[in-house]
Write a protein that binds this ligand. Structure first.
Ligand code: DGL
Length: 216
């Protein structure tokens, strides 16, 4: 089967890597839109305009299922894509529900792009699963760009992560696929505070397997 994986940039490569490892015998097509990155500071309308032609190309290339390996695109435009294209999509979104299940302090941190945090989908997840919790949303607006450029300012990230831990967050949600590349860095900081770091690659791969099984 031809499986498409799409993101604005290298965040998608982390998801691609996880999917490839778990699914043998399939062909993967990875597309990114580095020219227009970062996506997380754009509007849903701009995203739809940028992403739709790329998805069309991937469909034309024969992709039978596409993973939108981008929280910013999933939380804002995946329903539009589902209406426009006649193939299944697998999305990725911040793990608010598992975080709410795991927290003992009732304080969680969600690290995500401004677009994801402003999305209706994210608001829905918070309302449904985490309305009783305190949610800290550190300013990660520069993170994707820094990671893409391989110019990560570890001191800034360390400061931000320590701050959320000191405010009591015991679960840190990585709500942008670019941040998967600094997961180990973040874990090395949170360990000292007893906080855990979660991201949804495994769940996405499980969902992808289900979709592939359905397609036969
Ligand atoms: N990797 C994307 C996400 O998961 C977006 C990063 C960006 O381009 O801002 O949200």
């Amino acid at each position: 089967m031809k499986i498409g994986v799409f993101d604005s940039g290298i965040g998608g490569e982390s998801v691609l890597h996880a999917a490839r490892k778990a699914l043998f015998g399939h062909e993967f097509i990875f597309r990114r839109d580095t020219e227009n990155l970062p996506y997380g500071t754009k509007t849903p309308e701009q995203l739809l305009e940028l992403v739709s032609p790329i998805i069309q190309e991937m469909v034309d290339q024969g992709c039978q299922v596409i993973v939108i390996a981008c929280n910013s695109a999933t939380t804002t435009i995946i329903s539009d894509l589902r209406k426009s294209f006649d193939i299944p999509f697998v999305g990725i979104e911040p793990m608010v529900k598992p975080a709410a299940k795991h927290t003992k302090t009732n304080v969680i941190a969600v690290c995500a792009t401004p677009l994801t945090l402003a999305s209706r989908r994210y608001a829905h997840l918070v309302e449904k699963y985490a309305s009783r919790l305190t949610i800290i949303e550190p300013d990660c607006s520069q993170w994707a760009y820094m990671i893409e450029q391989n110019k990560v300012d570890h001191d800034i990230i360390k400061e931000q992560i320590i701050e959320v831990c000191q405010k009591g967050a015991d679960v840190i949600v990585l709500g942008c696929t670019h941040y998967h590349w600094i997961e180990q860095d973040i874990k090395s900081i949170t360990e000292g505070y007893g906080a855990i770091v979660i991201q949804p690659e495994e769940a996405v791969v499980r969902q992808l397997k289900r979709v592939i099984a359905r397609l036969g």
